[in-house]
Design a binder for this molecule. Structure first.
Ligand SMILES: *[C@@H]1O[C@H](CO)[C@@H](O)[C@H](O)[C@H]1NC(C)=O
Length: 380
């Protein structure tokens, strides 16, 4: 019985995919257009149209690659490196197409990460270490959820600083932590102050209480809760401008206690319940969240809601808001989504932001959510 059920499910699922794929083919190669649209507004200027079909395709790939290089200022040390990156780029075009099919409510295509293999991307632009919770972490108290606004965005209330860029350093965790404290500090003091990730990268070596040697490690990754624990012990974080970001972890700690701009009062973890997450967001400010970032390498815009996405957490980001009706997947009603601030600059995603659907812990987005409270400091 169970077996025939899963067979039926499999059949239905396959049919769905076939329908999806063929509908894209029938709409005149829109599958390609989605990707090409990101790099070439018009296809008319592709050179070499007198050549054969296959050559055309090759020319098109070359064309996309040269536009990609120009747009993101890419240059390669040798011809060998260039050829290798072109191969990776082409594989990523195919991957973006697959992501587009699995995630039709978002747009997937060329990003600044299109010349990186998934492993290189994971190793260099993410940086979440799933450490155990520090002893000082508490469970967030259960909040009432009946009067939550339909839509909410902390950007409209001045609690979110400009999008930052972690560069090629696995320091996402430090950006997620500063983002949450920036918001909490804004709520506590009325001032929005950009805080120093570099202080966390250089000075925070806080460890997993249960696992020796598993610690916050600069560009090699860390965890937001552990960063809050460090900040609690150190006394606070300095301003971005007083301790600017360098994107490397080779420097020594230059923390100056007399220049603390924001301090942690306490921090707590929120349950998987999405209404609790929303209630904590509205009450306490932007939240530090972990996510699986595999679809983010090719994300260009829209609400990401992949049919299948791993819940293995590898990236730390900032939850800043939610919307009630952002996208309508085929034959379904409008679905709600989370608004997420990322740390890959404004040229990534929707001017640096990401939207992901709510409702079923997609890509693990509800699994590790924490809130921080700031102390009022007079040095602001
Ligand atoms: C955390 O600190 C804030 C500000 O001092 C306080 O209002 C709140 O009750 C504290 N929360 C917990 C869970 O202790």
């Amino acid at each position: 019985m169970a077996r025939s059920f899963s067979l039926l499910f499999f059949l239905l699922f396959s049919l769905f995919f076939v329908a999806l794929t063929s509908s894209e083919l029938h709409s005149g190669g829109s599958d390609d257009d989605i990707i090409i649209r990101q790099v070439v507004p018009e296809l008319g200027d592709v050179e070499g149209s007198e050549a054969g079909e296959e050559e055309n395709l090759l020319t098109a790939d070359h064309h996309h690659f040269s536009i990609f290089k120009r747009r993101f200022g890419k240059s390669y040390a040798s011809q060998e490196e260039h050829d290798y990156r072109f191969k990776v780029f082409k594989a990523n075009l195919r991957r973006a197409r697959r992501h587009q099919q699995l995630d039709p409510s978002a747009t997937h295509g060329v990003t600044q990460f299109s010349d990186l293999t998934p492993a290189e991307f994971r190793g260099t632009y993410l940086g979440l270490r799933p450490l155990k919770l520090p002893h000082d972490a508490q469970k967030a108290p259960i909040l009432p959820t009946n009067d939550l606004p339909e839509d909410f965005d902390w950007r409209d209330h001045g609690a979110v600083t400009a999008v930052k860029n972690q560069g090629s350093c696995g320091s996402c965790w430090s950006f997620s932590a500063t983002g949450a404290l920036e918001g909490a500090n804004f709520l506590a003091t009325g001032n929005l102050v950009s805080l120093s990730e570099q202080q966390l990268v250089d000075c925070d070596h806080e460890c997993d209480p249960e696992e020796m040697g598993s610690c916050d490690s600069g560009c090699n990754g860390g965890l937001m809760n552990t960063a809050f624990e460090y900040t609690l012990k150190a006394g606070g974080l300095m301003k971005e401008e007083d301790y600017p970001y360098t994107g490397t972890d080779r420097g020594s700690c230059k923390f100056d206690k007399t220049k603390i701009a924001a301090s942690v009062a306490n921090f707590s973890v929120i349950s998987l319940d999405e209404d609790q997450i929303a209630a904590n967001l509205v009450k306490n400010g932007p939240l530090a969240v972990a996510i699986n970032a595999v679809f983010m390498q090719t994300y260009v815009g829209g609400v990401s809601c992949p049919y299948i996405c791993s819940k293995r957490l590898d990236h730390g980001v900032l939850l800043v808001g939610y919307g009630s009706a952002g996208y309508a997947p085929i034959r379904m009603k409008d679905k709600p989504y989370w608004i997420i601030k990322n740390s890959w600059g404004e040229n990534w995603g929707e001017t640096g932001f990401y939207k992901i659907c709510r409702g079923r812990n997609v890509c693990g987005v509800d699994s590790m959510v924490s809130t921080v409270a700031a102390v009022h400091t007079t040095s602001n």
